[in-house]
Design a protein around this ligand. Structure first.
Ligand code: SD4
Length: 334
């Protein structure tokens, strides 16, 4: 399969850091990865699942859960777990690229049909961050656990502590250290956070988001992905949204909450995603040419939308028996 690198840089003023982002996708070869699955009705839009980027195995797993009568919450958790366990994906779970000091730190969150949510930030040594986020939601009175406390909680719940830095990611980090020489310019490769939204047979919506964050980030840095309302938001009456790309820009515009609220006001998922991107690019002095943000969204009817600042963002969608990667429309056509 042909894969394309999308290289962008972002200036994070205020922290004196410049972040470069290379967001990969393979949207130029959608037909190779289109899987038509028998046994689905072409008329029924539900159950369905969408996810950021090219994660056809993850959406297939989520659909297995939904087809077996499972709920949307189980579907998004198990779908995201596929990518967390995939060591070749260097942006999520095991094999995620580390921070500039060599620590793999994970961010994840999950949200259910009741508006309950759970989140972990700066989690180390536990592969399935999304499942720890679910435990935070279900087994504690809290929404978010961070760092060592999140890890201790996970271990107390039976999660295995392990080294998440694979040889491949260690080598990549070592190479980065030589080239970057700790100058404040970070080139980030293969970076595809997974955000997933599902609607089950009952029409109920859940979502999840999991990532190792920006590669070679400043130690302690947390992005949008575990922040409810930024990296993910679900309102079971309206729909859901997940974000990918430069998390700082998503947080500043509370992007996923914004998309859901725009759908509440009557916008289609596509129009809502486009409006949320326009809030970023139309800011005075916006530096949008130097960073990427992408949103995907679904409404209660199972209609979907996706939009990004730059080309080469994509969404994987499994609906009506077709599991396929769909190229996203984008803002910067100049
Ligand atoms: C972050 N939004 O940590 C994540 C990174 C990402 O594809 O989505 N990469 O800012």
């Amino acid at each position: 399969m042909k894969r394309r690198n999308f290289i962008k840089k972002a200036s994070l003023t205020g922290v004196g850091l410049t972040v470069g982002s290379s967001l990969i996708n393979c949207a130029d070869t959608p037909s190779e990865d289109k899987k038509v699955v028998a046994g689905f009705s072409a008329k029924e839009t539900l159950p369905m699942v969408i996810a950021t980027w090219h994660v056809i195995d993850a959406t297939a797993k989520a659909m297995d859960v939904l087809q077996a009568g499972g709920n949307a919450l189980d579907a998004v958790e198990q779908g995201c777990m596929v990518e967390e366990a995939n060591e070749k994906g260097q942006s999520v779970g095991k094999g995620g690229l580390p921070d500039r000091d060599g620590n793999v730190t994970l961010d994840a969150c999950i949200m259910d049909k009741h508006g309950n949510c759970g989140s972990v930030v700066y989690l180390q040594n536990i592969m399935h961050a999304v499942s720890v986020a679910r435990k935070v939601m279900e087994d504690t009175p809290h929404v978010m656990l961070a760092g060592e406390g999140a890890k201790q909680f996970a271990v107390s719940k039976g999660f295995k502590a392990e080294d998440l830095l694979t040889d491949a990611s260690k080598e990549a980090w070592k190479t980065w250290k030589v080239e970057a020489q700790y100058k404040p310019i970070i080139n980030i490769e293969n970076h595809d956070t997974i955000g997933m939204l599902a609607i089950d047979k009952n029409g109920d919506i859940s979502g999840a988001c999991t990532t190792s964050g920006l590669a070679y980030k400043m130690r302690g840095r947390v992005g949008d992905s575990p922040i409810i309302g930024s990296g993910l938001f679900v309102d079971n009456e309206i729909g859901g949204c997940v974000a990918t790309g430069l998390g700082e820009e998503v947080v500043k515009t509370v992007g996923s909450f914004l998309v859901v609220e725009l759908m509440r006001q009557g916008k289609t998922p596509q129009d809502a995603c486009e409006e949320a991107i326009s809030r970023i690019v139309n800011k005075p002095n916006s530096d949008y040419k130097n960073f990427q943000v992408g949103y995907i969204a679904v409404n209660k009817k199972g209609e979907t939308g996706s939009y990004s600042i730059h080309q080469w963002f994509s969404m994987t969608k499994f609906q009506k028996g077709v599991n396929e990667q769909i190229q996203s429309d984008y803002f910067n056509k100049a």
